[in-house]
Ligand binder design. Structure first.
Ligand code: ACO
Ligand code: PYR
Length: 530
């Protein structure tokens, strides 16, 4: 059976730029456009030329991408001829291959937001599309509020879509602008639309305000639409847009879609998806969503002991697709929900082979559960788990003893309002029976302690010279005066190694110190220090 082509239209650089807290630079836009192109996306909507300096500059010079490069903007303003509309001119003068006009398609919006008439809005659509087509641009029309408009006044919503199509639009895109539509409504309404506009020219643009943007996009596809708009990682106004990072693997890996449709993204490119998703987060300086479908760090993580034992026999028992297909990884977590299978799996990953019948395995599992009951959490601290395992197995050398440490926080206030802040720490340790005392100043108590501990480890100093603390997280739980503090620390070294450790105490400084000591011990152990 010949497969039908589904077109993917990405609006990360336009609707994604409407996400709270997102502000793309010109260079960000160039990099993201290249990433999308490499993935195999058909259209890259670059932004709104004329709306701001970054977008205007981005559209001055066409990025070197194979994908169609699209400029977004509104239809001609009310009371203005299309030839004299500076907004429309900015779209047509841009280096875009295609223009996407946003047009009202809900009579209520025409009256209230545009303060215009239904006839003028229809004329605006027709004139804008015809003008852009006459300037040799390919045209799409995003019919804003289409689903709400259709529910309120189907004839007018359809008339708007039809006006766009009849004037020469290549794509008529039905938008769930407020994100309130549900899949069965979308499926029903799209089926009505394709009675008057061929499905091959119909697209869908869904927002995620009810958490249904992906489901709504798939419902539109089932009903006959052949273009899906969305964004990487689901960026977009308010709750975001349909997440292409979820839609793409669904189209390629789920039989209902994979057997009927083809898209520009190949199975090989699909294996880059997790990296692309994380690269976008890196550019935005935000942590990737661990629970994101397909690409999140937890998407193929197994925590429950019963699941882990089955996953080790056959991963299919608890995985709907393979992690490798989307460039992700399987993880079996160690926690208080674990059984021996979790421990064996994690030890294997860490390069510590252990037989399921080894009596030390049960001791290690008991120790993990006891420590977790005290507040330790090993699923985010694999280096602390590694150390614990090595100790229980009797394979961890003892490198140094802490004899004492102290830390003082210093605040100096001057009359002119100048405030000087800092902290000083002293750490006394014994290495091979020899006492060493180090002092350090830091911008806070944990920083000072970390610097003091790593200042002089005698014969071991050479192993830790390139270690640095890169992340520090605190969680207080149990509440009230009995509160327990858990500190998670992430360290890195000059060879690209990264590892996480945990410390627990009623006192945040003690918990931090414990996590830092674990981080140093881990580095010594994996460096082969004796
Ligand atoms: C559904 C969506 O996500 S659409 C997203 C659109 N993107 C953006 O708004 C981000 C970029 N926007 C901007 O920089 C600015 O809003 C601009 C440059 C486009 C316009 O700025 P301004 O001229 O100051 O107008 P303002 O933003 O206050 O209002 C929008 C105007 O466009 C009109 N308008 C809105 N949609 C349309 C439309 N589809 N067709 C014609 N006119 C429209 C409104 O009635 C309003 O007109 P008014 O100025 O006569 O009141
Ligand atoms: C066009 C668009 O972004 C919307 O209607 O949501």
């Amino acid at each position: 059976m010949t497969k039908e082509r589904v077109t993917l239209y990405d609006t990360t650089l336009r609707d994604g730029a409407q996400t709270t807290g997102v502000d793309f630079s010109l260079e960000d836009k160039r990099q993201i456009a290249a990433m999308l192109d490499d993935l195999g996306i058909d259209y890259v909507e670059g932004g709104y030329p004329g709306a701001n300096a970054t977008d205007t500059e981005f559209f001055a010079d066409r990025p070197k991408i194979k994908a169609r490069f699209s400029a977004f903007g509104m239809t001609r303003r009310q009371g203005r001829s299309v030839e004299n509309d500076t907004g429309v001119a900015a779209l047509l003068d841009s280096a875009a291959d295609a223009v996407t006009f946003v047009a009202k398609s809900w009579d209520y919006q025409v009256k209230v937001a545009l303060r215009s008439t239904e006839e003028d809005n229809l004329e605006g659509i027709t004139q804008s599309v015809r003008h852009a087509v006459s300037k040799k641009k390919e045209v799409a029309v995003d019919c804003e509020h289409f689903f709400d408009g259709f529910k309120a006044n189907p004839d007018y919503a359809l008339a708007c879509a039809k006006a766009a199509y009849d004037a020469g639009a290549r794509w008529v895109v039905l938008c769930d602008t407020n994100g309130g539509a549900l899949p069965h409504e979308v499926e029903r309404i799209v089926a009505e639309v394709i009675k008057v506009i061929p499905g091959a020219s119909v697209g869908v643009h869904c927002h995620d305000d009810t958490g249904q943007a992906v489901a709504n996009s798939l419902a539109a596809l089932r009903a006959g639409a052949r273009q899906i708009q969305g964004t990487l990682n689901g960026l977009g106004e308010r709750c975001g847009n349909a997440n292409l990072t979820t839609i793409i693997p669904t189209l390629l890996l789920k039989d209902e879609f994979a057997s009927r449709f083809e898209i520009g993204v190949t199975q090989e490119k699909l294996t880059h998806l997790t990296r692309v998703s994380h690269a976008l987060d890196e550019l935005l300086n935000r942590a990737p969503n661990r629970h994101a479908p397909y690409v999140g760090a937890s998407a193929f993580a197994t925590k429950a002991g019963i699941h882990a034992s089955a996953v080790m026999i056959d991963p299919k028992t608890y995985e709907h697709v393979t992690p490798e297909s989307v460039g992700n990884q399987r993880r079996v977590l160690v926690s208080d929900q674990a059984g021996r299978s979790n421990i064996i799996s994690e030890l294997t990953r860490l390069g510590v082979p252990l037989d399921k019948d080894d009596p030390r395995l049960s001791r290690l599992l008991d120790e993990v559960k006891e420590k977790e009951a005290q507040g330790y959490a090993y699923e985010g601290a694999d280096a602390s788990f590694f150390l614990l395992a090595k100790r229980v197995l009797g394979e961890a050398p003892h490198y140094f003893d802490i004899e004492r440490y102290s830390v003082a926080v210093d605040r100096r206030f001057a009359r002119n309002g100048f405030e000087d802040r800092g902290a000083e720490a002293i750490v006394k340790i014994a290495v091979h029976g020899e006492t060493r005392i180090s002092a350090a100043e830091g911008n806070g108590p944990v920083n000072a302690l970390d610097l003091a501990l790593r200042k002089d480890l005698g014969a071991y100093q050479k192993y830790i010279d390139d270690v640095r603390l890169v992340d520090y997280r605190v969680r207080v739980f149990q509440g009230g005066t009995d509160a327990v503090t858990r500190v998670l620390v992430e360290c890195a070294d000059g060879e690209g190694g990264r590892w996480s450790t945990v410390g627990v105490s009623a006192n945040v400084i003690d918990a931090s110190f414990e996590a830092i000591v674990d981080a140093i011990n881990y580095k010594l152990l994996v460096s082969g220090a004796k």
